[in-house]
Design a protein around this ligand. Structure first.
Ligand SMILES: [Zn+2]
Length: 197
């Protein structure tokens, strides 16, 4: 009789799979189960469903979302050539080509690839560099900051936390209150006014 009953590991694995598919946060006890942890890693890898927490402006709270991971070929199909070059190949748009600096109304600059809320217009300032510049992101949860020593320059790259899109770089010569300057490619962003969030 015992032979035909699924083991506790299998049952927990199925529960976990169900929760993963429906993007629910996983109960902590699952992490303590060795087999479930392995199943978790396999399914998250296969389904591209690593969960992260980001701040959502419209809901005014931190939410759990699935990480978006696509291949170069998939992004190439989805994006225009210049957006692909910047967001996926870590390119840089020519300065003074982006009109987002002219935006005056309240609203949110979102990730052009996945729609994650990245910067508010109220955190934007005129840096004189020719690229949209902000003194802080909407939340540290929504961006990844990573050392970038390409081209022999020590810089800090800024990426979207949900889809790893290359956004630009952050420097320590910004205005108060943070002293930071997030120098961002306009082509990596889309603006949504407050009323349309
Ligand atoms: Zn994104």
């Amino acid at each position: 009789m015992a032979g035909i009953l699924p083991s506790a590991d299998v049952i927990l694995g199925l529960v976990e799979l169900y929760l993963l598919v429906y993007s629910q946060p996983l109960p902590l006890f699952l992490y303590n189960n060795h087999w479930c942890y392995i199943i978790l890693l396999i399914f998250r890898e296969r389904l591209g469903m690593t969960n992260i927490q980001i701040y959502d402006v419209k809901q005014n709270k931190v939410v759990t979302v699935g990480k978006i991971e696509k291949s170069y070929a998939e992004w190439k199909n989805l994006l225009t050539e210049d957006v692909f070059d910047i967001t996926t190949n870590r390119g840089t748009e020519p300065p003074n080509t982006c009109l987002l600096g002219e935006v005056k109304e309240s609203g949110v600059f979102k990730c052009v690839r996945c729609g994650t809320d990245l910067f508010t217009n109220s955190a934007k300032f005129d840096s004189g560099t020719g690229w949209p510049s902000y003194y802080e992101p909407i939340s540290p949860l929504n961006v990844i900051e990573k050392n970038d020593n390409i081209l022999g320059m020590k810089r800090t790259e800024v990426l979207c936390a949900r889809c790893n899109s290359h956004l630009g770089h952050v420097f320590n010569d910004g205005p108060p209150p943070t002293g930071k300057r997030y120098c961002i490619n306009g082509l990596a962003l889309k603006f949504v006014s407050e009323g349309k969030l």
